[in-house]
Design a protein around this ligand. Structure first.
Ligand code: NAD
Ligand code: UGA
Length: 464
């Protein structure tokens, strides 16, 4: 079967870019991305393509090419489901904040709502694709909902997890390391559904990069990939602390270790801690799944990746306080960067949020500059923690749109995100405008150490 109409439920960081690329590469397929969030859909439809709600290098060009031709954004979920022969579910699957599994399990309420809506609306056979990251065996739950609606429609469920990273979403989508498709490989209908999705990706992905597996392997591979990636960051961050007390340099260690072809050089950059919407949530989910099967050693093993990450964020903040003569009360601290990594406006689980919260508890006055994150978002991130009232957060944190203004008359600067533009700042001018001693805490190992020290900064970098 050839797909004519695709619907994607969820116009977020995954649904938006993924569908834009599918639409660009498959001009004969109509792709409609739907969302309940009217503001988000309006932004995707904004006449000025630079105003789309997600900042990703190269995305506006892709959207501009396909939007209105075969790429559509809409809030009419029912209509898009009705028309589609293939439906991607790309809604959020956050950590549960209530009830059983609170703080660990994935909250599947949005997924279930999608399944029930599809079941209610569908009048003809459909392929339902899990694009969201889900606990292994979720496809079974989806099947139970879809198969019990009594309207005689046949649903095939596929798992097609997304591996894009934010900031590089478009290049990741255009040239993926692999596309993973899990399905019911034991039945003819299952194989046919898998082939239909293979045909979509084959428009631009080579066959040897398209991997088909059973549905459980596919679901579990996504959690495993994120766990392995996050584990590498926690592993190198653990070493960064050891470097600081032994005189080793973590970059030299990363390079030496990464040149072993069995280990490889990527994802060994020590930092103030990993952030982003998924690493923590997916590992917690994995820990919860392992525990629910009684696999306590497996659960404890993976939980340590999170504990180390929490420690890394805390020790970075604690070190600022310690270095500033054990008090930051009333002191101005400039935070350069708020996003969880460069080239994205996403701030979910960014280390900056936790470092700022720690410093605010010590009564610091924080000034933030980030090239892509709005003040509204920064306040929302802090309010969400619930540590203090939103009035207090607004009183203690100032957000500015000029990095030099952020640093002026500050006691210390903390580099929280590795934005390229921070390399180009006039650091001499910044140094001159600060209170002395001028402390600089590089949470990303971004800046040239010698240059900063020569300018007079009292420099601290993660891992020496
Ligand atoms: P997101 O929060 O940016 O987007 C999800 C969207 O789904 C929201 O706009 C929300 O309004 C919408 N939505 C929720 N329920 C809905 C419903 N019933 N009907 C219509 N719309 C609904 O989330 P995201 O970052 O795009 O992540 C989506 C999934 O993809 C998650 O499972 C995540 O783990 C996974 N994932 C994310 C990334 C990433 O880089 N962000 C990468 C790979 C996988
Ligand atoms: C990550 C994975 O890389 C994607 O493959 C996956 O699809 C995605 O999660 C997801 O499931 O959401 P993302 O979180 O967007 O992508 O970004 P990463 O590049 O993985 O960075 C995550 C965090 O780790 C960032 O805070 C980054 O600064 C940090 N990091 C990364 C390091 O501190 N050191 C490194 O060497 C690499």
């Amino acid at each position: 079967m050839k797909v004519k109409n695709i619907c994607c439920i969820g116009a977020g960081y995954v649904g938006g870019p993924t569908m834009a690329v599918i639409a660009q590469k498959c001009p004969e397929i109509n792709v409609t991305v739907v969302d309940l969030n009217e503001k988000r859909i309006a932004a995707w439809n904004d006449e000025d393509v630079e105003n789309i709600p997600i900042y990703e290098p190269g995305l506006s060009v892709v959207v501009e090419e396909a939007r209105g031709r075969n790429l559509f954004f809409s809030t009419d979920v029912d209509e898009a489901i009705d028309k589609a022969d293939m439906i991607f579910i790309s809604v959020n699957t956050p950590t549960k904040t209530y009830g059983i599994g609170k703080g660990m399990a994935a909250d599947l309420k949005y997924i279930e709502l999608c399944a029930r809506q599809i079941a209610r609306v569908a009048k003809n056979d459909k392929i339902v694709v899990e694009k969201s990251t889900l606990p292994v065996r979720t496809a079974q739950a989806l099947k139970n909902i879809l198969d019990n609606t009594g309207n005689g429609v046949n649903f095939q469920i596929l798992s097609n997890p997304e591996f894009l990273a934010e900031g590089t979403a478009v290049t990741d989508l255009l040239a993926p390391d692999r596309v993973l498709i899990g399905g019911d490989i034991d039945t003819e209908k299952g194989q046919e559904a898998m082939q239909t999705l293979v045909d979509v990706y084959s428009h631009w992905v080579k066959p040897d990069h398209i991997l088909t597996t059973n549905v459980w392997s596919s679901e579990l591979s996504k959690l495993t990939a994120n766990a392995f990636l996050a584990q590498r960051v926690s592993s190198i961050n653990a070493m960064s602390e050891l470097c600081e007390v032994t005189g080793a340099d973590v970059n030299e260690v990363s390079k030496a270790v990464g040149m072993d072809t069995r280990i490889g050089p990527k994802f060994l950059q020590a930092s103030v801690g990993f952030g982003g919407s998924c690493f923590q949530k997916d590992i917690l989910n994995l820990v919860y799944i392992a525990k629910s099967f009684g696999l306590n050693e497996v659960a404890d093993y993976w939980e340590q990746v999170i504990l180390l990450n929490d420690h890394q964020k805390r020790r970075f903040a604690a070190n600022i306080v310690k270095t500033l003569f054990n008090t930051v009360s009333g002191k101005k601290i400039a935070m350069l960067g708020w996003a969880f990594k460069k080239d994205t406006n996403d701030t979910r689980e960014a280390a900056s949020i936790y470092v700022a919260d720690y410093l605010l508890n010590e009564q610091a006055e924080i000034v933030v500059y980030d090239p892509k994150v709005t003040a509204e978002q920064i306040y929302a991130d802090l309010d969400y923690l619930g540590t203090r009232s939103s009035e207090e957060n607004r009183k203690l944190i100032t957000v500015v749109n000029d990095p030099e203004v952020a640093c002026e008359k500050s006691h210390a600067i903390a580099v929280m995100t590795e934005w390229d533009e921070f390399l180009e700042l006039n650091w001499e001018k910044i140094y001159d405008s600060m209170l002395k001693p001028a402390f600089l805490f590089d949470g990303r190992r971004l800046l040239n150490k010698k240059q900063m020290k020569d300018l007079g900064f009292k420099l601290y970098t993660i891992g020496n």
